[in-house]
Design a protein around this ligand. Structure first.
Ligand code: CO
Length: 497
């Protein structure tokens, strides 16, 4: 244990706040290199490219962002082939990023509370959003797309990470439109894969539009559904026949935002006496069914599947919206006073319009990942980030493997000085079990103040990394990413980059 400054007198923390904070430094530099410092061996069968997105800048020329979700999107790629790996990172050249870097100061308000210099007067009634492209990245129909849920995707070159411009998904969305940061890939049957995504227009009532794209990127279906009240929906769950949305019981009081005192997301409040609404949208466009469940707040769903006329949804649930304390810098967050995510299982019965809830994992978890072929299907194994300790809220420092059939778990912890990002499960070629593969995690190593890509064997994560790729710099804590089977590194081999 090297915790240097415990913040709580009642528990011993497996980390120091200074270590945790040091992963929230801006990374203004862009790199291209073969990763030289590797502990262990990259599995020879592992080939493809890991793409990650997240805030690369936590300040704009010395003006700190108020919340990391307001930081400009930076893409990292690690291309893996023949046991070697090539790293590259680039900022998404959004209009706002380019303008602010030229002006050397913030020109836009952030959704999560970042304000332009000059106080409320300088911010009041400025409702322009900066499309910061910082939340996720997908590769679909030969397009690499950086996603931010309130605006259009940005398209990048998968080999160079150069920004090519805004992308409207072959005309599916209009200029000024938006597309979720959490589309899901339906593995389909007989090669019929589909990308399913959505957009939300939230207000006094909210309209959700569901989109389905074929492997060429063309729209197959599009249908809209309106619900009363404000809908803050970040993610959804997918089955072969349904798209499932959770309408969290929150309301939006925009006055402090309009007057320039707060960011839009700081004006959201949780209503603990109202139910969470499960919106079951048939993928064929039929009317949706709305089923109440216990009040909870969901950012991310792990998976869903249909079984015996019921729909099972596994989700990371918070007791309440982890509301943003406008007076605090996010670096000073007191984990003891913020709700922790837990894995809950909702079993929804369509015939009786009822739902049941059970807790699958009660320790603090976030960022679920599973075998891509099990998306929307019955599945056995889930990989998810977790805190080192089994109780309370804390930064993610460990990886949990859950056997949903038996309830058995495996744990690998990087505490006290390692901090986890989102794990991604990559199947071994020819794998049969849905844990037969590797788990890739870009994590922050506070001991080196640099990031490591760790590769674990999905069959037994307790054995620790089979390979640890040590980057000679840090990547600030990120959000989401994806693994693509194609290798997008240099073609001419090691040392010729
Ligand atoms: Co997310």
């Amino acid at each position: 244990m090297t915790a240097t400054q415990p913040r709580s007198t009642t528990t011993t923390q497996p980390y120091s706040v200074e270590d945790w904070n040091s992963g929230y430094r801006s990374q203004p530099n862009e790199h291209d290199y073969w990763i030289a410092d590797i502990e262990g061996n990259i599995p020879a069968e592992l080939e493809g490219t890991l793409f990650r997105n997240g805030p690369g800048l936590l300040d704009i020329h010395g003006h700190p962002v108020k919340h990391p979700f307001d930081g400009d999107g930076m893409i990292s790629s690690i291309a893996i082939q023949n046991g070697q790996a090539f790293f590259r990172n680039r900022f998404v050249r959004t209009e706002g990023y380019l303008a602010e870097q030229q002006a050397k100061k913030p020109l836009f308000r952030g959704v999560f509370g970042t304000q332009k210099p000059g106080g409320p007067l300088a911010n009041a009634f400025d409702l322009k959003l900066k499309n910061i492209a910082n939340t996720s990245i997908i590769y679909w129909a030969d397009k690499l797309l950086a996603l931010w849920e309130a605006a259009e995707p940005h398209r990048l070159d998968p080999a160079t990470l150069d920004t090519l411009g805004l992308d409207y998904l072959n005309g599916l969305i209009s200029p000024g439109g938006s597309f979720t940061a959490h589309p899901r890939i339906d593995p389909g049957h007989h090669g019929d894969r589909r990308l399913v995504g959505f957009s939300v227009k939230a207000g006094l009532s909210s309209t959700i539009t569901v989109y389905e794209l074929d492997t060429q990127g063309n729209a197959l279906r599009q249908h809209s559904h309106t619900v009363p009240g404000f809908a803050f929906i970040h993610d959804f769950a997918l089955t072969p026949n349904y798209a499932i949305f959770f309408q969290n019981p929150v309301s939006f009081g925009p006055i402090p935002f309009l007057l320039g005192f707060k960011g839009a997301a700081e004006c959201i409040s949780f209503n603990p006496k109202q139910p969470t609404k499960i919106l079951i949208v048939p993928r064929n466009g039929d009317p949706m069914q709305v089923i109440d469940t216990d009040p909870c707040f969901v950012f991310h769903h792990a998976n869903a599947f249909e079984q015996d006329g019921q729909i099972v949804v596994d989700s990371v649930c918070y007791d309440s919206f982890p509301s943003l304390d406008g007076s605090r810098d996010f670096r000073e967050v007191d984990f003891d006073h913020v709700p922790a995510g837990q894995l809950w299982r909702f079993t929804v019965d369509l015939a009786s319009s009822s739902s049941q809830v059970a807790k699958l994992v009660t320790r603090c978890v976030e960022f679920p990942s599973l075998h891509p072929d099990r998306q929307g299907r019955p599945y056995r194994h889930l990989f998810i980030g977790t805190a080192h300790g089994s109780e309370g809220n804390a930064p993610l420092q460990a990886l949990l493997k859950l056997d949903t059939h038996t309830g058995d778990t495996q744990l690998w912890s990087a505490a006290p000085r390692g901090f986890m990002g989102e794990p991604l499960f990559v199947p071994r070629p020819g794998a049969t079990g849905d844990d037969d593969g590797w788990v890739l995690v870009l994590m922050y190593n506070a001991e080196r103040r640099c990031s490591d890509l760790v590769i674990l064997d999905g069959n037994d994560i307790t054995a620790g990394p089979v390979a640890r790729l040590k980057l000679p710099h840090h990547v600030p804590y990120g959000l989401h990413g994806s693994f693509v089977d194609q290798y997008f590194g240099p073609r001419d081999g090691r040392g010729e980059a």
